[in-house]
Design a binder for this molecule. Structure first.
Ligand code: SAM
Length: 296
């Protein structure tokens, strides 16, 4: 059973025929068919007998198979129920649990607490491209007890993650990642290693979660709200972007920006993480009526 190489194009075609499975473009189903890339992903993840792995979107299980061999336990979250039957026939590992659910609607903190007691938890996945950004934002915002994330994403997304302030690629996700992790592009992957082939190349990125976030803010939720509001409408000034999206009085936002030393007429895409931190703190301070200095 362990010997079936699920990534082999021949095995994959057999499964397609046997189960009458059709790849769903709208679910981002581009499955890996290259054993070297799968090896490399698990190498970057650096798994051992104390590792718990949360996989997003196992598909046929090409990556899952190797994860199960290297980690203590694997929990995979897959939205496509029609894969259930295939998994019954191909993924027979005692340390594997598959949950058929939308990752974006899953309570991951609860899942980690219940499934991976005492383990060093890592997220490893070949992400569905249509929701890469919401998945990464969810992971970073919800603050899971994990040490690492290793994910395959489109090359263009990988570049956005390491963009600098003011550049076209700079966005809310760039800042969320900077706040929480050290990032490394482990390798660029050609589109030929997938079935079916996506239009663009991909990259494997590694996020090492920092023990302590890169900056200290009073209210982390406010920081994320400020960042997301500032990039919602890129052409708006920071003042208009924030007052429209945070649903707070324009005067309060204006005062907060000035107190943080930020020109209210600037656009969010020019600001650094530290500047966003200052803005978030000034807004929090005004929202709770000035008692905030005593709360640190
Ligand atoms: N891991 C497999 C591989 O590398 O061959 C499949 C990767 S494929 C790029 C993405 C997988 O994510 C598909 O199996 C797809 O059905 C699944 N998926 C799509 N949207 C999802 C969601 N919202 N939650 C969980 N899984 C999802």
């Amino acid at each position: 059973m362990d010997e079936i190489k699920l990534y082999s194009p021949k095995v994959m075609k057999d499964i397609l025929d046997r189960y009458g499975f059709k790849f769903s473009k709208s679910l981002g189903q581009n499955f890996l068919i290259d054993g070297n890339i799968i090896n490399k992903i698990t190498e970057v993840a650096n798994l051992d007998e104390n590792s718990g792995v949360l996989e997003i979107g196992p598909g046929f299980g090409t990556l899952t198979q190797l994860l199960c061999k290297k980690a203590k336990k694997v929990v995979a979250v897959e939205v496509d129920e029609s894969l259930r039957e295939i998994h019954r026939g191909t993924l027979n590992y005692p340390n594997l649990k598959i949950i058929y659910q939308d990752f974006l609607k899953t309570d991951i903190n609860k899942l980690i607490e219940e499934e991976f007691h005492g383990m060093d938890v890592k997220i490893v996945a070949n992400l569905p491209y249509y929701i890469t950004t919401p998945i990464i934002m969810k992971i970073l915002e919800e603050k899971y007890n994990i040490s690492k994330i290793v994910v395959m994403v489109q090359k263009e997304v990988a570049q956005r993650l390491s963009a600098s302030a003011g550049s076209k690629e700079y966005g809310a996700i760039t800042l969320a990642v900077q706040y929480r992790a050290d990032t490394n592009i482990a390798m660029i992957v050609p589109n030929t290693v997938f079935m079916p082939r996506p239009r663009v190349d991909s990259a494997v990125i590694e996020f090492k979660i920092l023990k302590k976030p890169r900056i200290t803010v009073f209210d982390e939720k406010m920081l994320f709200r400020v960042i997301k509001s500032s990039f919602g409408q890129r052409r708006k000034t920071i003042l208009n972007g924030l007052s429209n999206n945070l649903k707070l009085p324009k005067e309060l936002i204006n005062e907060s920006l000035v107190a943080a030393g930020i020109d209210p007429g600037i656009r969010g895409e020019k600001l650094t993480l530290e500047e966003f931190g200052r803005i978030a703190d000034e807004i929090s301070k005004r929202k709770i009526g000035g008692v905030y200095e005593n709360l640190y």
